[in-house]
Design a binder for this molecule. Structure first.
Ligand SMILES: [Fe+2]
Length: 288
């Protein structure tokens, strides 16, 4: 299938025109999308109109869509689809996650899990005219920014990723009520450098919200290294900021990127649909 690609920034990111994701894609087209994604980390498809089964079908051409365990943010129709929205049901319950209007800081999804689903797709159905921009930081480029000294310190090292740290940063109130949840979510180790098996490029894997320490260093040394990693990981030269429009389908790889979201204008309706998916280790940089 012939399609057109435009760069999102001078450094990375691809915007695709001429592919209709509501249709089943042939193998060659999927391979071209995969190659584009591998090089660009973030791929954007404009002006898409997708039912939930079509969104799930596209997701499953790239990996294995995951059924989401948080039932409060689920689509009532398909467990593979989560809602991000400020809508409410008639009984007052919020529809989906992030119903509040606050910004969400730099992070990579699911790093507190032993086997994170690193693929993610966000489909904008109803998007406010202002606010809610999503930014992405390319962790391959971030790795290239590290000094040889810091690279040497993290090569082959394992980080300890902590759900507790995330709760403390995002929601201290929730922490008090979350002892049971934390017991079910113990700290997990992940490598701090991930390598794409096809390109051989190396990416920093350091979610600022969960990376609590580095094995083999005391806390002060860990903190100093983590500070250097986060500085490189979020440097403006490795960031693309996306202004969402209805019909945007944005896909990113959590194994080689961080993302954040600006505050949302809750005076306007917002409904985004998201899938998360496990990617094959033969093609992608995975932390497990
Ligand atoms: Fe996220």
């Amino acid at each position: 299938m012939a399609f057109e690609v435009r760069p999102l920034t001078k450094n990375f990111g691809a915007e695709v025109h001429g592919i209709d994701l509501s249709e089943a894609l042939d193998r060659e087209t999927v391979a071209e999308i995969e190659a584009l994604w591998r090089d660009n980390v973030v791929v954007l498809f404009k002006r898409q109109v997708l039912t939930e089964p079509q969104l799930i079908r596209f997701t499953n051409t790239l990996g294995q869509a995951e059924a989401i365990s948080r039932t409060d943010i689920l689509s009532p129709y398909h467990p593979e689809v989560a809602y991000m929205s400020n809508f409410r049901y008639l009984d007052g319950r919020t529809i989906g996650a992030f119903a509040d209007d606050k910004d969400v800081g730099w992070h990579s999804d699911q790093t507190f899990r032993p086997k994170p689903a690193t693929g993610a797709i966000l489909y904008g159905v109803e998007v406010p005219p202002e606010g809610g921009d999503v930014s992405f930081a390319n962790q391959y480029l971030a790795y290239e920014r590290l000094s040889p000294e810091i690279r040497g310190k993290i090569e082959g090292r394992t980080g300890i990723f902590s759900y507790r740290k995330r709760l403390e940063r995002f929601n201290p109130g929730e922490l008090k009520d979350s002892i049971d949840k934390m017991k079910q979510t113990p700290d997990v180790p992940h490598p701090l450098v991930l390598t794409n098996p096809i390109s051989g490029r190396k990416a920093i894997y350091a979610d600022p919200n969960t990376l609590a320490s580095i094995e083999g260093y005391d806390q002060a040394e860990s903190d100093a290294i983590i500070e250097a990693l986060v500085e490189a990981a979020t440097h403006p030269d490795v960031v693309y900021r996306h202004k969402s429009h209805p019909g945007d389908v944005l896909m990113w790889d959590n194994g080689c990127s961080l993302h954040r979201r600006e505050g949302v204008d809750n005076g306007s309706p917002r409904l985004m649909k998201r899938t998360t998916f496990h990617l094959p280790k033969e093609k992608y940089a995975l932390p497990y």
